[in-house]
Design a protein around this ligand. Structure first.
Ligand code: ADP
Ligand code: ZN
Length: 612
């Protein structure tokens, strides 16, 4: 056995230092690991990037026997096994991508005690012959990843997860560990019951993702605004751009390519092979942008996604939080950026009303969309709004969202609101915003003449307000429920009970001032905030940074793994900051474990020593 191989007798802290190369445990990791090492069950609810994997990886290395990890996501299994092998940990997976022969090879290794961590899909696990195989080998623990899939209340119920409760009777003495990033109170209870781990220690850490910066921009020209965002903040970063439709995905990807970016489309209408290839390139190469529908993202475990941009509005805050949560898993600052406009509010409302869903379901969907719109239009801390949606109290003033950095002005828009609403009423509650605005502004066109709307009392009463501002007012009126979108008149606007209060009892309405576009070159500086790791803030030596990345790229290519499997960005940045002068010093850089030091240390050290 090589001497950097983890030994079963090592302590958790030793494994953390020597194998993973990290200095200290994060949050509840140490406690969770201790619980499981001592044979207890645990439920871990920790946000993405919080460090859930170590919570079962380290106990599996300490306890005798093989650690079994149940994961529904094949891509994730591959990634984890690849990354663990780089660390010198003996890991393997069993799933449908292996041939029967390969599977037999893995089971033979497991039987021979040559595997410490074994990843399996839930369907495979519950097969009688597999359970029998397991009963003949010592198990260190059973980890159930994505444990919210067990719950019907979770957003991603999987029937095959339901049977995992049977493990309680089959392996009564093996500690079980359920892990998830998203589970509210009801879902947590359901997980404990379904998995039959009533005595599990619960470790619920907050939902907050302190390293993500949230920003919502009113949409004027989405593409142009996206471009500005990319140029200003992410000229070379890897990221995801979400769009609602397949055609928009294709067009946006083409356009970004024309501008010189490497942008790849991903949606369910593309050939499976093309999708796979694009996903692999996104993982394996650096600085690639994926333009995708919501079909993309489940199980993507790329730590260095620097931004998630939405060119269209997601349907709910849950969806939004999950999609944006894919950014910055490595803890380094990342951006969640969205451009949102009147058109989509109308489209989404219309989609929803048009669907065949039963009324009960529509009601829930309407509420979800309203919360999403409420988030977009909010004038207070975005983080506070999101977290309170998930039932968590946050004091606000996070310092890492647009509303905190540039406080939003509001203005009393009661009079313009009354004008807008009465013009909707006078024109018969069947036109879209663009037409009503034309009437309000007193425009003279054939359509208006055709309907004789220049004779209305509301014709021209809004000429003192610009067209853009009117669009902003209508967007906010719809978002706040003062206007509804009627499907019978193809998206015409109608009054609602709430709008009557504004018209008749003079209830006041406040609007946010949409920010004027920032002057180019003026950059928002984000100060370091508690919870966001500081090293990313330090200026990097650009040429050294590029040299280290190039070394990493070559090593990754030769091994056929993504660059971050060799070293994370964070590790390279720390090398630049600390400038180690020998292998010993290099070993103390976070992310440099014994195996990686041995495999790559000399190469990276050489670059560091030769840098001027
Ligand atoms: P999750 O599964 O909760 O989304 P991961 O387990 O993938 O998160 O961990 C996120 C990142 O944080 C990984 O790159 C991991 O190596 C790193 N990490 C985890 N624990 C620590 C720690 N104690 N110190 C430094 N980095 C850590
Ligand atoms: Zn904030």
């Amino acid at each position: 056995m090589e001497d950097n191989q983890p030994m079963k007798c090592q302590s958790a802290a030793e494994i953390l230092h020597q194998v993973f190369g990290y200095r200290q445990f994060r949050g509840a990791q140490a406690e969770i690991i201790q619980t499981v090492v001592q044979g207890g069950d645990a439920l871990v609810v920790m946000p993405t990037g919080g460090g859930k994997s170590l919570c079962y990886q380290i106990p599996a290395l300490i306890r005798p026997g093989v650690g079994l990890i149940i994961s529904p996501l094949i891509a994730l299994m591959h990634n984890q096994v690849r990354a663990l092998s780089e660390l010198g940990i003996k890991a393997a997976f069993l799933n449908s991508t292996l041939s029967p022969e390969e599977s037999r090879g893995v089971t033979a290794k497991v039987r021979g005690g040559a595997i410490d961590l074994l990843y399996v899909a839930p369907e495979r696990l519950m097969m009688p012959e597999f359970l029998e195989f397991l009963s003949g080998i010592p198990l260190a623990l059973i980890a159930i990843d994505e444990a919210h899939c067990v719950s019907q209340w979770g957003h991603d119920f999987r029937p095959e997860y339901r049977r995992l409760g049977e493990l309680a009777a089959l392996f009564p003495n093996v500690p079980r560990l359920a892990l998830t990033a998203t589970a509210d109170g009801v879902t947590q209870k359901d997980i404990l019951e379904s998995l039959k781990i009533p005595k599990a220690h619960c470790f619920v850490t907050g939902f907050d993702r302190p390293n993500i910066y949230y920003q919502v921009t009113p949409k004027t020209n989405g593409r142009h605004q996206l471009w500005q965002f990319l140029q200003e903040k992410h000229p070379n970063s890897a990221g995801i751009v979400y769009c609602l439709s397949r055609s928009k995905v294709e067009k946006t990807a083409d356009w970004l390519c024309q501008q010189g970016k490497v942008a790849l489309p991903y949606h369910a209408g593309l050939d499976a092979q093309v999708r796979h290839r694009h996903q692999e390139r996104f993982l394996d190469e650096e600085g690639i942008i994926i333009v995708a529908t919501i079909a993309f993202g489940m199980g993507i475990d790329k730590p260095d996604i620097r931004f998630v941009a939405h060119l269209d509005l997601p349907r709910s805050l849950e969806a939004y939080y999950q999609e944006t949560g894919r950014a910055g898993r490595d803890g380094i600052a990342a951006d969640a950026w969205m451009a949102y406009g009147l058109g989509e509010v109308v489209t989404l409302r219309k989609f929803m009303e048009e669907s065949d869903s039963p009324e009960e379901r529509k009601r829930v969907e309407r509420q979800k969309l309203d919360s999403m719109l409420g988030y977009c239009e909010s004038v207070t801390c975005r983080r506070q709004t999101i977290l309170s949606y998930f039932g968590e109290v946050h004091a606000g003033q996070c310092g890492r969202c647009d509303n905190c950095l540039t406080p939003v002005d509001t203005w009393d828009g009661t009079v313009p609101a009354q004008k807008a609403l009465s013009c909707v009423y006078r024109t018969g509650q069947r036109f879209g915003a663009a037409y009503v605005i034309d009437v309000l502004m007193g425009r003279n066109n054939e359509r208006i003449q055709g309907f004789r709307h220049e004779a209305l009392s509301t014709y021209g009463i809004g000429a003192d307000i610009s067209q853009n501002q009117w669009f902003s007012i209508f967007r906010q009126l719809i978002a706040a429920g003062y206007l509804s979108v009627d499907i019978e008149s193809f998206g015409g606007l109608r009054l609602t009970p709430a709008s009557r209060d504004v018209l008749t009892s003079g209830q006041s309405v406040h609007f946010r001032h949409d920010p004027t576009p920032r002057v180019k070159g003026k950059r928002v500086t984000e100060r370091s905030v508690r919870g966001v790791e500081d090293e990313d803030q330090s200026p990097v030596d650009e040429s050294l940074w590029q040299a280290l990345r190039e070394c990493r790229r070559q090593l990754a290519q030769a091994k056929g793994v993504p660059p971050y499997v060799i070293f994370h960005d964070k590790t390279l940045k720390e090398m630049i900051r600390r400038r180690p002068e020998n292998l010993n010093q290099l070993a103390s850089v976070s992310g440099v474990g014994a195996r990686k030091l041995e495999s790559y240390g000399a190469k990276f050290l050489n670059i560091l020593l030769n840098a001027v």
